[in-house]
Design a protein around this ligand. Structure first.
Ligand SMILES: C[S@@+](CC[C@H](N)C(=O)[O-])C[C@H]1O[C@@H](n2cnc3c(N)ncnc32)[C@H](O)[C@@H]1O
Length: 855
């Protein structure tokens, strides 16, 4: 116990609670409390806390006791000598718990005056007697006893307990001793704390003032200007006062101080936040004395050309670097937190969030309700890739899917709806301007592969309404926002969602897909298999239908595999087949028209609504391209025409020749008849059928059919009989004189000399003779005398068998004649048709070109 008492660290705890048991004890302890060691303030927070807690408990008691004891002690001290504190036997023993609980406990901390360490705030809260103001106010000016001081007297007089009286005496003595060295310590301490509070407050004020002045001076230095804000206004007031001369300098200074204090700290203003760094966004000629607006107007008046702020490099620095002219100073953009260029506002765009039916479309729509689909996915599958609805592009809902919306992963349009309720970044797309394709759509966030991005919604119209709009409403428009939808319906997104601004690309990053949602078809843009990055332009393949599009538009997507036009790649002109003239020319014409993008409906009529999007006006580039193609095609047509003419000439020559041969054949036939009549032979009928033949193979080439053809035919006819007898084939020579002199009579005579003719030999002889016909073009003297020398086996075909044998050849000639006639006719027709068609084509093309250029 003695050790503990001597320890300064344990002082507070040792002395914080003193149990007054006996007189001796109390005397010894009170003396201990009065010793300087015991007044050492606590050093630890825990200790202090314990002090505070004790102080709170015993505060009132201790205070009242202190006062009373001091008075009692004073009176007793005057009468009795001070007893020397003695250590009794019982000092080393701790009293029993019961005895300890029965006695009064005092807070010696407060008694000893060490409560100085209690924070002022705490005292203010828990003690009514904390002193404020200057020390003068606290210092007793009036020595007259206060009425309050009488109360303790009464209390002291009331003390009847001898133990308490003893304690009071001892405490009074201790207090007396303390008073001699530290008069009224507690009050002083309280005063001191109040004064210290004031000092701290003032010091804080001074520091803040100094800080603001320093900041002001810094601003002045940096900006070559005076301070700003409220400080400036305070200074202005002072200057104004000086100017008025209303105050002398000293008074003025005082007033200034007080004024500043009042102005700045009496009513603290809301905190002034710095909006930006000191130099960010400042131009060289920026004067901070002036407002932003005034600075701007001053700069504008100076007409200094400033470089516009650059967009951040990650999006456009590459192209800027490629631009050699781009060599300018730049400053950091103020809105560095907004990396993308600002989104644009599109004039005249009426936004629609969902489809709206116009006119008859609604009725038609109801009539053709969609089919249904359902899936049987398990929760663990989550309607993934294998979901039946997903495969069929049907959105799952409570009617066709058993999973909950949290479990199911096939509800894209529901997701879209959720996103639309969020902020712009949830929605994820915005309109932006492209360099050469008008407006476009840009992603403000990332999208997963195949994730829904935005719905293509607008007015649902019928084909009739579409045509009406094309003719009347959109006839001067450059862009159409029409998309073939479902069941001959068209979505006109002129009033519609942002999806209407999505441009075409030959290497797109999105897809436009039709889905069935709650039984209704809906179109939406989905991310492609690569997904989408923030800032990427969204594109899909327009997939124009070339048969219904009126004009092709040049594609400016700039991808490697760009097809050059919006739509499928134009087919190259295939080499023309020289088949039948009709087929050729008709085919060529169709291909030419296809290539030029002119269907049967081309002209002034609007294009078919089947096509997804068309442009009303072809630009100059397209027209140029079309002209080039037209020239090429015209040259080709011309070549075709020349060829056909040459063929026609040849055919006509052949025809003339055949006519001659026909007359010959006819005369021959007549003669045959005569002979037959004479010889009573049956007349062989000649076939008049026209066979369809291949133009290329059957039409004689120019130069092949010669005027001498007739002679060749005659010769063939003449020579045929020669082949009748094997023995005579080799000796086929007809002396001209003999042939000329030969008479039918003589020939008739000789006919009797050819009996050995078999059908087989005739056939083979015919073949051979036909071959020879083609090979030899010797003049044939058909009417020459059939007389022959005995050596020569030449025999005029005057016998029946001979004429019979000649019959197939006659047939073939007649057929040839018919064919040639038909070929001639068809060629003639085709050529005229071709010329007409070409004329029409050119007419149409020139008309279109003119209108396009005009536009
Ligand atoms: C549905 S709009 C797209 C939005 C359009 N850019 C705008 O400003 O409103 C279709 C039109 O955009 C233009 N366009 C779209 N993609 C294009 C591309 N790759 N090249 C050239 N023009 C394109 C064409 O004029 C086309 O007719």
């Amino acid at each position: 116990m003695a050790d503990r008492n001597t320890s300064p660290a344990s002082t507070s705890s040792a002395v914080s609670c003193v149990t007054v048991g006996t007189e001796q004890q109390s005397a010894s302890l009170s003396s201990a409390a009065a010793s300087p060691l015991m007044s050492t303030p606590p050093t630890s927070l825990g200790d202090e806390a314990s002090v505070l807690s004790d102080a709170a408990k015993m505060e009132v008691t201790a205070e009242s006791h202190e006062e009373s004891l001091v008075l009692v002690a004073q009176t007793e001290a005057q009468t009795t000598p001070q007893p020397t504190p003695a250590v009794t036997q019982s000092e080393g023993r701790r009293p029993a718990r019961r005895s300890r609980g029965a006695v009064t406990t005092y807070n010696v901390q407060i008694l000893a005056g060490t409560a100085i360490h209690t924070p002022t705030k705490y005292l203010e809260k828990h003690h009514g007697n904390v002193l404020h103001g200057s020390l003068e106010d606290v210092r007793p000016t009036n020595t007259a006893p206060s009425p309050k001081k009488k109360t303790p007297k009464r209390v002291a007089e009331d003390i009847s307990d001898p133990a308490e009286a003893q304690l009071a005496t001892e405490t009074a003595q201790a207090a007396q001793r303390r008073k001699s060295s530290r008069p009224d310590l507690r009050k002083d301490a309280l005063r001191n704390s109040a004064a210290a509070g004031d000092v701290v407050q003032k010091a804080t004020g001074a520091i803040v003032r100094a800080g603001s002045k320093l900041l002001g001076s810094l601003r002045i230095d940096m900006n070559d200007s005076g301070p700003s804000g409220y400080q400036q206004s305070a200074e202005k007031k002072v200057i104004a006062k000086r100017e008025r001369g209303a105050l002398p300098v000293e008074a003025e200074n005082k007033e200034e101080e007080v004024g500043e204090e009042e102005q700045e700290y009496a009513q603290p203003k809301s905190k002034q936040w710095l909006q930006q760094g000191l130099f960010v966004g400042q131009d060289r000629d920026f004067n901070p004395r002036f407002s932003e607006t005034k600075n701007r107007s001053r700069r504008q008046s100076k007409q200094i050309k400033k470089a516009p702020a650059l967009p951040l490099p990650m999006f456009s620095m590459e192209e800027k670097l490629e631009d050699n002219d781009f060599r300018r100073d730049f400053k950091l953009p103020f809105d560095v937190y907004h990396p993308l260029p600002k989104k644009v506002k599109v004039d005249g765009w009426v936004k629609l969030q969902k489809n709206r039916f116009i006119g008859d479309a609604s009725a038609l729509w109801k009539r053709d309700k969609q089919d249904s689909s359902s899936c049987y996915c398990l929760p663990e599958e989550g309607c993934g890739e294998a979901c039946h609805n997903r495969i069929m592009a049907y959105e799952c809902d409570s009617t066709n899917c058993k999973l909950t919306s949290e479990q199911c992963g096939n509800r894209p349009f529901a997701e879209l709806k959720r996103r639309a309720k969020g902020n712009g970044y949830d929605y994820g797309v915005e309109v932006a301007e492209t360099e050469d394709r008008g407006y476009g759509v840009r992603a403000m966030r990332t999208f997963d592969p195949h994730q829904i991005i935005v719905e293509y919604a607008g007015e649902i119209i019928t084909q009739t309404e579409c045509e009406r709009r094309m003719k009347q409403v959109y006839k001067r428009d450059k862009c159409y926002y029409l998309m073939s939808f479902d069941n001959k319906m068209i979505i006109d997104a002129t009033r519609g969602t942002i999806a209407r601004f999505v441009n075409h690309s030959c290497e797109p990053n999105c897809e436009m897909i039709k889905w069935t949602v709650n039984g209704e078809p809906r179109m939406a843009l989905f991310a492609g298999s690569r997904g989408i990055m923030t800032g990427e332009e969204l594109t899909y393949d327009y997939n124009f239908d070339p048969f219904s599009s009126k004009t092709m538009q040049t594609c400016r997507c700039g991808t490697r595999s760009c097809r050059g036009v919006l739509g499928p790649k134009p087919k190259h002109q295939q080499p023309q087949k020289e088949s039948l003239a009709t087929t050729i020319v008709a085919g060529a014409k169709r291909k030419f028209q296809d290539f030029m993008g002119m269907g049967s409906s081309s002209g002034s009529a609007p294009s078919s609504p089947k096509k997804r999007k068309t442009s009303a006006y072809a630009n100059a580039h397209v027209i140029k391209h079309q002209n080039a193609v037209a020239e090429k095609s015209a040259a080709h047509e011309k070549a075709e025409k020349t060829k056909a003419e040459a063929a026609a000439q040849a055919a006509s020559r052949q025809n003339r020749a055949l006519r001659r041969s026909t007359s010959m054949i006819l005369s021959s036939s007549r003669r045959t008849k005569v002979r037959r009549t004479r010889h009573s032979l049956p007349i062989t009928k000649t076939s008049r059928h026209t066979t369809t033949i291949d133009y290329k193979r059957r039409t004689p080439k120019p130069g092949f059919v010669k005027p001498g053809t007739l002679k060749a035919i005659r010769k063939t006819v003449q020579r045929t009989p020669l082949a009748l007898s094997k023995s005579r084939v080799s000796s086929f020579k007809t002396p001209k004189s003999q042939a000329r002199d030969a008479t039918p009579e003589s020939s008739s005579e000789s006919s009797d000399e050819s009996p050995n003719i078999t059908p087989a030999s005739l056939r083979s002889a015919n073949k051979k003779s036909l071959k020879q016909t083609q090979l030899n073009f010797k003049p044939l003297n058909f009417g020459a005398s059939s007389s022959r020398s005995s050596d020569d086996s030449l025999k005029f075909p005057d016998s029946d068998s001979d004429f019979e044998d000649a019959e197939p050849r006659v047939k073939r000639f007649k057929k040839g004649l018919a064919t040639t006639t038909s070929v001639r006719g068809s060629v003639k027709k085709t050529v005229s048709r071709s010329i007409k068609g070409t004329k029409r084509t050119f007419k149409g093309l020139s008309g279109r070109a003119t209108s396009g250029v005009d536009d």
